[in-house]
Design a protein around this ligand. Structure first.
Ligand code: WT7
Length: 587
């Protein structure tokens, strides 16, 4: 049975919620109105960076803190909206001086550092495409993405460059400039790179924002599919309208409030809600440069007087593991709203929020492709623990089944599982899969965008997550392509074939497990297992590499030779093995 709904007590003295009555908010909401109130009429230009920062400076709010960066030793560095505007404009000028044209793409491979914000906003301001790469990726995933995205500029550190990029640089003829954010200025610059700080110091901070339009591409994010290359998802400048609206309606961010989004900037959440959306609301971002640590996180929540917190299930489960007493060692009088995204948030975690921090975690659902939150538990509404919540105003979301003749039918029964479908037309809907128009087209059926997730929808419109409709793995919130891991394993001389699946993990949600068939002449020893593991880590990075490798005499294949991941999964989990009619050797 589902746990009871949690009604939040209205906490005294807090600001009124943007969304107080769900049904009337849905009725009144239009994207047109939202576009107009943010940036004026449709025929006026629209630029993401302008809406995030320039607007506040123009209104005389430039002295407000846009972001506070916290370093390992608790040093705090504040950047105001005006300062961020200045550094963004400098970078826009740097791009001009390098001769980078409109529409070209600029990537970062950086941790959570101020330079990332300057590069992101400067690139957008200049009307170029910004792409942030996940800094825990190894050289292989970086190479694939830099190639696929035709990236012309990369901003990274000397450490990352030496460890991850130098060896693949030859394979990237389109990469014209590498700018180094130096960690150690005594070390010489790597050959073929330029000093980021030096270029910035020479650049002017006056710049006229490029006259971008709603339909111009602003962001490139990579996401993973089941087969083939990663998918390059493009979002347009119009996405800022939806990122702004949801930062208000779902995250409830008010001007001057302190907001902490713990997502890495290498993924869509880290840009949509770690940067753009909250700045359009005039909030102050807290950015921790360090990795997860329970004591550190509670100290940040308390000392930085966080008002609104957006985090992820894996982190919440790690905090639960560290124990409720640790959470209670401090008090959080300013905290008023907590939300979560990226993977299924179990009911226990929602309820633990009440026990440890005095309020439930509000689950939200979306994807790289949707560009902003689509389904959510709203701060003023009751929370159903274990449910992802209801469709955001302006979003039509349903659970559908595929009917004969290529039609979709809306599932009416709350018991029936179907696919999550969204009616196209919201401003942050992805505008393409880079160089893969077929794949893009195939995501839309019968007037709906199909998200590839399975869910149920109850009579009140609450969505309950069931699982993915494909083989993609979600580990610690990172979307991992089994194909990419299999390909990397197969570059090891001992590996003939590999099949990769996600196995349940109590903390990370899923963990990557590989089944490997060895080439003739190799023995399945512990030493070889370690070597293959090391090879995968070096190529892919530790986050993507398998946690476990099992040797198999022979992997189950279809008659056409494809590894049957479904069967590997069923065997691993002790599930019924389903229809095996296409299994090789079964004829
Ligand atoms: C996939 C999208 C959302 C931005 C960051 C991830 C899974 C997302 C939830 C949730 C269960 C969730 C889905 C989705 N997912 N939110 N609240 N409950 N699953 O974006 O990397 O494109 O991943 O993450 O499977 O399709 P992404």
């Amino acid at each position: 049975m589902a746990p009871p709904a949690i009604h939040k007590a209205p906490s005294a003295g807090t600001v009124p919620h943007y969304l107080t009555d769900y049904d009337s908010a849905r009725r009144q909401f239009t994207w047109q109105q939202e576009r107009r109130s943010l940036a004026g009429d449709l025929d006026s230009g629209l630029n993401m960076a302008h809406e995030a920062i320039d607007r506040w400076v123009e209104r005389g709010q430039g002295g407000r803190i846009a972001a506070r960066f916290i370093d390992r030793n608790w040093g705090r560095a504040d950047v105001t909206y005006a300062e961020l505007q200045g550094s963004a404009r400098k970078f826009a000028n740097v791009l001009g001086s390098l001769g980078i044209g409109r529409g070209a793409a600029v990537a970062t491979l950086l941790g959570r550092v101020p330079e990332l914000f300057s590069v992101a906003l400067g690139t957008l301001e200049a009307g170029k495409v910004f792409c942030s790469l996940f800094s825990a990726f190894g050289p292989e995933p970086l190479k694939t993405r830099l190639q696929l995205g035709h990236l012309q500029v990369l901003v990274t550190t000397d450490g990352f460059y030496r460890r991850k990029v130098a060896a693949i640089r030859d394979t990237l003829p389109e990469l014209r400039h590498v700018l180094i954010v130096r960690e150690d200025s005594k070390e010489p610059l790597p050959p073929g790179t330029a000093d980021f700080a030096q270029l910035m110091s020479r650049a002017s901070d006056t710049y006229e924002t490029a006259p971008t339009r709603d339909t111009d591409v602003a962001l490139l994010h990579f996401t993973s599919g089941t087969t083939g290359k990663p998918k390059g998802v493009t979002l347009t400048h119009a996405a800022v309208v939806a990122q702004h609206a949801t930062s208000q309606l779902v995250l409830d961010l008010h001007p001057g409030e302190v907001f902490w989004c713990t997502a890495d900037p290498g993924w869509v959440t880290g840009i949509a809600y770690g940067l753009i959306g909250p700045l359009t609301c005039g909030a102050t971002l807290i950015v921790d440069r360090e990795e997860f640590d329970p004591r550190r996180w509670y100290r940040i929540l308390a000392e930085e007087a966080i008002n609104v917190w957006y985090t992820a299930p894996t982190a919440i489960r790690m905090l639960m593991k560290a124990g409720t007493p640790l959470a209670r060692e401090r008090s959080y009088p300013r905290l008023r709203h907590m939300a979560s995204v990226g993977e299924p948030l179990n009911a226990e975690a929602v309820i633990w929020g009440v026990e440890a921090l005095g309020m439930p975690f509000h689950d939200t659902w979306w994807q790289t492709e949707t560009g902003s939150i689509m389904i959510a538990n709203f701060p003023a509404c009751e929370v159903l623990p274990g449910s992802m919540g209801r469709a955001v105003p302006g979003i039509e979301a349903q659970v559908v089944r595929r009917a004969p003749g290529g039609k979709l039918e809306i599932v009416e029964s709350p018991e029936e599982v179907g696919e999550i479908a969204l009616r196209p037309g919201w401003p942050s809907m992805f505008s393409s899969y880079l160089e893969n128009p077929e794949r893009y087209q195939a995501s839309f059926i019968d007037g709906w965008y199909l998200a590839g997730d399975l869910a149920r929808r109850d009579r009140e419109g609450y969505f309950w997550f069931i699982g993915r409709a494909d083989d993609v793995i979600k580990s610690s919130g990172h979307l991992i392509s089994p194909f990419e891991v299999e390909s990397a394993l197969m570059t090891h001389p001992a590996v003939a074939q590999a099949g990769v699946i996600g196995v349940p993990d109590p903390i990370a949600g899923q963990a990557v497990k590989a089944f490997v068939e060895l080439r003739d002449g190799f023995e399945p020893t512990e030493e070889l297992r370690r070597k293959i593991m090391g090879h995968a880590r070096r190529q892919l990075g530790a986050v993507v590499a398998p946690r476990e490798i099992a040797f198999e005499q022979s992997l189950p294949r279809t008659r056409s030779g494809k590894i049957m991941r479904r069967l590997l999964r069923a065997r691993e989990l002790g599930l019924p093995q389903g229809d095996l009619s296409t299994l090789e050797g079964n004829a």
